[in-house]
Ligand binder design. Sequence first.
Ligand code: AMP
Ligand code: MG
Length: 341
Amino acid sequence: METKCYKASDLDDLIKLNELKTLLIEGKLVVFPTETVYGLGGNALNKDSSKAIYEAKGRPSDNPLIVHIARKEDVKLYARIISEDAAKLMDAFWPGPITFIFDKTDIVPKETTGGLDTVALRMPNHPIAQKLILFTGVPIAAPSANISGRPSSTQFKHVYEDFNGRVDAVIDGGESLIGLESTVIDVTDKPVILRPGAITKSMIEKVLSYTIHDLSGQKPTEKVKSPGMKYTHYKPKGDVVLLHGEIDKVKAFIDQSSANLDKTAIICPNEYTNTFIGYRTRPIGEANNSKSIAKNIFSALRDMDEWDMDKIFIYYNETDEVSYAVMNRLIKASGYQIVSL
Ligand code: AMP
Ligand code: MG
């Protein structure tokens, strides 16, 4: 299949915008940028289009898709009940990087929701995403644009690597502003966080004025509430070990355990690259700037495959709530191989 590449300015051209709309209406796939990560988009109301998304990603069909809308008032078309709390949170954070789980209406096919009676809805805060959804006139199902199991795409080159020849169109929107997927919160009952993100637990609690639970720490062996929690995520080909704690102990641990220096890399905050002299390092931003680290982790993980590394150490300590969301991704990338030092 030939994949057509569009740039951001193409969306100002009515002919090109119409081409993209036609593709989506016909059930084809278009990768587009959002403020979190790139999304692999298809018409959310067309079950064949959702099936095509699973196939292009190689995603297990019980792992539901997030449905993207461009107008808040459209929620009632796809959500059966909107609680007072959900309405407050949508007002506070939409458009933005938070996804709400609702009981779904009948027009949302189960192929889109991984067979569930609930639907995940998000209104992204990105001009290209908003324009594409509004102009197409249908909600767009869009999981992260990566082959299942690989790190999410935060740059156009990641999208191209994974999907050139596998989808009909891709839109280059540059680097993702946030770099972490949306916060996911179940609002079918008392709100519960299923995936942490840039909208943090304390930001949500401030709006609700009460404390909520966060289930995102569940291990894949436990009975998970969000199907995505049970699958391998973000994993480079090499073996990944996540280390946290004191830098001297971490350095000693790596010195003792690394076998082949040519095939070993260390992903760490900028200020520690000097400590790991002699090793190949991949800096990810200043240790106390969690927002900049969030932007860098997926491309750092992808670099490990490009560098063909067999052994990857990640050194990272949690500093704040965004950093907690970063850690959630790193834990998964390590396949739960974590060492506290
Ligand atoms: P992705 O689109 O790849 O960022 O992943 C979407 C995440 O949202 C996955 O972890 C899904 O399991 C989760 N999700 C989507 N729909 C639902 C739903 N109806 N109930 C619970 N979790 C959901
Ligand atoms: Mg994903």
